[in-house]
Structure formats: structure tokens, C-alpha cells
Design a protein around this ligand. Structure first.
Ligand code: SAM
Length: 327
């Protein structure tokens, strides 16, 4: 690593920058950006910083036609708001003088995942900018993470933030299931994810050996099943648009339970799978576990779309699969 940038970033020099996007590496990198322009100054001590930085961005990237301009703070979690305000002010000024084809995005999810955005990060180490698509960066926001509240009085479990974060991330690769879509959820108790899915207008069959939180009793769109996923049988003729698995225990056992139920997953259907890694340490062991899970999933014609470590994941990764359309 060449230099630490704030608490969350490292400036690294790579012999092969493309390797960052490979299956064995990308899930360990939350967000990345090639540095096409940097100004290693202390912005707080640089007179006229905003105007000079904005003019430099237009000079360097004005002809590159980025779809959007996203600027964030290197230390986004800091209680000191100085750099978040500076980021917002720099973005405002740059948009005023940028050629008119850069759109004013109100929600980061409005970006086309595959088109280049000009992302910038700013902090006491200076300004770091690069042109890359949100998909290649690994997130729509500078730094990748969307803040999701985990501790409101309505929160059933922090897993609700996990599926919210996963669905946000999924938009990098494919559209999320439409409102009204039919989900099968395995390992649902106490029901943080179930509540989040129901809030989005989905139908949910929630299976767990343990009951759901009492607050979900009688919830519209919910079919709660107390039992083991190993022996759960969907109703005759039932088709799911998506399967979500957050079962704890051995990841290979969990994916086999998902695979068995994939005969009821529509072609093109989605699987969101929490890859639990308790007891597995080291990059090689984690990659071997993922490879075994991906290979077991392929038996049910499930193709891996992506693997991510969400801000809301602990000792686990979130894997996305899609059921092949032509079987
Ligand atoms: C991490 S918790 C799930 C949290 C939940 N997703 C939420 O949103 O609150 C894991 C759950 O998996 C369930 N589980 C593990 N193996 C299972 C199996 N074979 N069948 C049904 N449930 C299982 C456990 O009972 C436990 O409730």
C-alpha cells in the first residue's frame, strides 16, 4: 500500500488493476476507484480550493462525458462535517461549470450501472478522482455504502439492513424483483429480512425452525412456516421469483437446501445467499468455500452474478445467483 487515506481507504499500486474485479478478490474489496487525477494538498489550508479543484475537474474530465459527478468524503463516518460539506460544495460548483451532459442525480440509484461516472473523494489527504462505472467500482456512492438505519423501534433484527443493502447492491447487476414478487425465505427468524421484504410489497413464504417475531403475526403477504428447510415442500404449482437464504450453519448444507427448492424457482429467478463463514479463516479457505458453494449452485442451473461484503455483513458474504433461462 502506498498510503492510507482516512480510515477506510488505501492508495495502492497494482501491477494488474483488472485483477481487482476477479471472483477471488472482488468480494474482499468493498469499493475501488482508479485514480486518474489527484491533488494531494490539505484543502483546509489551500486558498480558493473549491474553484481551483472544480476548474481542474472540468479541464480533465469535461470531454469524457461522465454520466454523473459523485463526490464524497474520505472519512465519511467522521463526526467532523467539514469534508462532507466541502464535497457537497465542490460538487455544486463543478456541476455549474461542467458541460451540460452531466446529469443532476437526486438518487445515486438513478445512475446506469455500466456507464462511467466521475467519482471523487476528498479529505485532509487531498482530492482523488477517477472515471469508472458504478458496477466496476462496486457501488453507486463514493465509497459504495448507502447508510441504512439498523436500530429504530420497529427494527426486528439487524438483518433487515442486510437485505436492504443487498437489494441496493443488486441493482449494479440486474433489476430487483418487481413489487408483488413471490419470495421464499429460508432461515427467516426472528424476521428482520421478512419485515423489509414485506415493506417493499413482496409476498413472502418465511421458513425457520424458530418462530417469527410476534410483530409479524398476521402481516399481509406473509406465509410463515415453522419447520426445517430440509423437509419444507412448497405448495403444488407454487413458483418463486426469488429465494433468500440466511440460514446459519454449514454453507454447503445451506446451498444444498436452496438447490433442492430451485425446481420451484422461475427461470431468470434470483437467489440471494448469505455465505456464512464461521470458523473459516484466510483468503484461500474463504475462496475455496465460495468455489464449492458456486459449484453446488451450478447443479441447479444457478449462475453466480456477484459476491459482495456488505457494510452490514459480519463474518459472511452475500452471493447473488440467477437461474439460467434456457435450461
Ligand atoms: C442469522 S439467523 C436469521 C436471521 C433472519 N434472516 C432475520 O432476518 O432476522 C439464522 C436462522 O437460520 C435458521 N436455520 C438454520 N438452519 C435451518 C434449517 N435447516 N431450517 C430452517 N431454519 C434454519 C435458524 O433457526 C436461525 O433462526
Amino acid at each position: 500500500m502506498v498510503k492510507r487515506l482516512g480510515r477506510d481507504y488505501g492508495l495502492v499500486r497494482c501491477a494488474d488493476p483488472e485483477a481487482i474485479h476477479g471472483q477471488g478478490v472482488s468480494k474482499f474489496v468493498s469499493w475501488n476507484l482508479p485514480v486518474h487525477h489527484c491533488w494531494p494538498c490539505n484543502p483546509q489550508e489551500t486558498p480558493g480550493f473549491i474553484e481551483k479543484a472544480a476548474q481542474a475537474l472540468v479541464r480533465k474530465f469535461g470531454d469524457a462525458h461522465p454520466q454523473a459527478l459523485m463526490i464524497g468524503a474520505l472519512d465519511a463516518g467522521s463526526s467532523n462535517r467539514y469534508y462532507r460539506t466541502l464535497a457537497s460544495n465542490l460538487r455544486g460548483r463543478a456541476l455549474q461549470i461542467f458541460p451540460s451532459n452531466v446529469c443532476e442525480i437526486r438518487d445515486a440509484e438513478e445512475q446506469a450501472p455500466e456507464l462511467p461516472t466521475l467519482f471523487c473523494l476528498i479529505g485532509k489527504e487531498g482530492l482523488f478522482c477517477g472515471l469508472q462505472s458504478p458496477r466496476s467500482c462496486g457501488g453507486f456512492h463514493p465509497g459504495g455504502t448507502r447508510f441504512i438505519r439498523q436500530n429504530t423501534p420497529e427494527t426486528i433484527s439487524r438483518a433487515g439492513a442486510k437485505i436492504a443493502g443487498a437489494l441496493h447492491q443488486l441493482r449494479l447487476y440486474r433489476p430487483v424483483p418487481a413489487t408483488g414478487a413471490n419470495w421464499l425465505e429460508l432461515g427467516a427468524s426472528p424476521g428482520g429480512m421478512t419485515a423489509e421484504l414485506l415493506n417493499r410489497g413482496y409476498q413472502v413464504t418465511a421458513v425457520d425452525r424458530a418462530p417469527l417475531d410476534i410483530r409479524l403475526k398476521g402481516a399481509a403477504g406473509l406465509h410463515a412456516v415453522i419447520g426445517d428447510a430440509t423437509s419444507f415442500e412448497p405448495a403444488k404449482g407454487e413458483w418463486y421469483d426469488a429465494i433468500l437464504s440466511d440460514m446459519n450453519g454449514d454453507a454447503l448444507d445451506s446451498i444444498k437446501r436452496v438447490v433442492r427448492l430451485c425446481s420451484n424457482l422461475k427461470p431468470g429467478g434470483l437467489v440471494v445467499f448469505t455465505l456464512k463463514t464461521a470458523g473459516v479463516t484466510g483468503y484461500d479457505a474463504l475462496n475455496m468455500l465460495e468455489t464449492s458453494v458456486v459449484s453446488a449452485a451450478a447443479d441447479a442451473n444457478l449462475d453466480r452474478i456477484a459476491g459482495v461484503h456488505l457494510a452490514y455483513n459480519r463474518h459472511e458474504f452475500t452471493l447473488f445467483f440467477e437461474r439460467r433461462v434456457s435450461l
